[in-house]
Design a binder for this molecule. Structure first.
Ligand code: TYM
Length: 347
């Protein structure tokens, strides 16, 4: 009797488990910003939610990529996500281009997205300013592909950094518009932005977000930087002309370092301020560097081991894609049917 009740409880828990989806581009080694804003949080959700994570290689084609480098970075990112703690027994992990429904649904949704909505996207404006010689249609329609990624899996929550908020709003708008015309086809997703670390700033220009495309490598920490490099970059971090380690408006550099230190050590901001009261910026910057190097060490070590086992990586992303294809196919088929497309006969 007890066992039966327990299994009923388990079934109910499974029914109410929400769906999580997120993606990351294989455009290089991820930064500490990608890690604290997104990757680090993904494994933390796997117990409570149905989690689906993707290396979004199609998105990265919106900027020219060197083919051999893209291939290497894609596999490397699968290994890094596993090293961060994604467990393929609990979450789905796959490569976006392996599930054709992403590009297919993106086409359908393109027809329900307005030119003006896409032209307003700040990331489109920033990227087109950065690559004026390659403002391609893919770059313009990028947020629609992102909406397709999310909507295919009837996603409830999307764990992302703050820079993806505008894209999330577009995904919600497009889904709502489609549902408004055709009935409940897509679940409306919510962004899941961490309270701390949602916007990790550049170490050189702390008013700007940390980005791996920054020209100055001292501006960012890469997840695979060795401990000495991490320490050196933090020692060179731009701060201010005061000497107080306190979190206060106008102290962008110090605020960023306090946030980073607080996340990797689990200490609160007042605890950090107390720890460094009366100490100089030099001591503080070294402590942040050491704490980050230590926090990333297990990720780096596990990654190196995983990368040696290409067969295992292939098994993970192949199984992930198989399962993802089944879920995505259902939503895509439903959307096609609602639109009046003639479905091909089942094989
Ligand atoms: P991408 O690849 O640029 O970044 C991956 C994740 O890292 C977060 N992030 C940051 N968080 C805090 N501080 C920073 N400095 C920082 N830099 C990056 C991003 O917010 C993101 O969560 N469009 C997405 C990829 C994508 C996607 C999706 C995400 C494609 N389809 C569907 C969610 C759902 C992007 O370019 O992320």
């Amino acid at each position: 009797m007890e066992i039966q009740e327990k299994s009923q409880e388990d079934t109910q828990a499974a029914i109410v488990k929400k769906n999580v989806f997120s993606g990351i581009q294989p455009t290089g080694i991820p930064t500490l910003g990608n890690y604290l804003g997104a990757m680090r949080n993904w494994p933390l959700l796997q117990e409570e939610y149905h989690c689906i994570y993707s290396v979004v290689d199609l998105h990265s084609l919106t900027v020219r990529q060197e083919p051999a480098a893209l291939r290497k970075q894609t596999l490397s990112l699968v290994a890094l996500l596993l090293a961060c703690g994604i467990d393929p027994e609990k979450s789905l992990l796959f490569i976006q281009s392996h599930v054709s429904a992403h590009a297919e649904l993106a086409w359908l949704l393109n027809c329900y997205t307005q030119f003006g909505e896409l032209a307003r996207m700040t990331q489109f404006k920033d990227k087109s300013a950065k690559h004026p010689d390659n403002i391609n249609a893919g770059l313009f329609c990028y947020p629609v592909l992102m909406a397709a990624d999310i909507l295919l899996y009837q996603t409830d929550l999307v764990p992302v950094g703050a820079d993806q908020k505008q894209h999330m709003e577009l995904a919600r708008d497009v889904a709502g518009r489609f549902n408004g015309i055709y009935g409940e086809v897509f679940r409306i997703p919510e962004p899941y932005i961490p309270k701390e670390g949602a916007r990790v700033m550049s170490l050189q220009e702390p008013a700007k977000k940390m980005s791996k495309s920054d020209e100055n490598p001292n501006a960012y920490i890469l997840l695979l930087d060795d401990a000495d490099t991490i320490l050196r970059k933090f020692r060179r971090a731009v701060t201010d002309s005061e000497a107080e380690v306190v979190y206060r408006e106008g102290k962008d550099g110090i605020n960023n370092l306090i946030t980073i230190y607080s996340i990797v050590t689990g200490k609160t901001v007042p605890e950090v301020e107390h720890e460094f009261a009366g100490k100089g910026y030099g001591d503080f910057k070294s402590a942040v560097g050491e704490a980050v190097a230590e926090a990333l060490r297990p990720v780096r070590e596990t990654y190196a081991d995983l990368l040696k086992n290409k067969d295992y990586l292939a098994e993970v992303y192949t199984k992930g894609a198989e399962k993802a294809r089944a879920i995505a196919g259902r939503t895509y088929g439903k959307a096609c049917k609602k639109l009046g497309l003639v479905l091909p006969p089942r094989p």
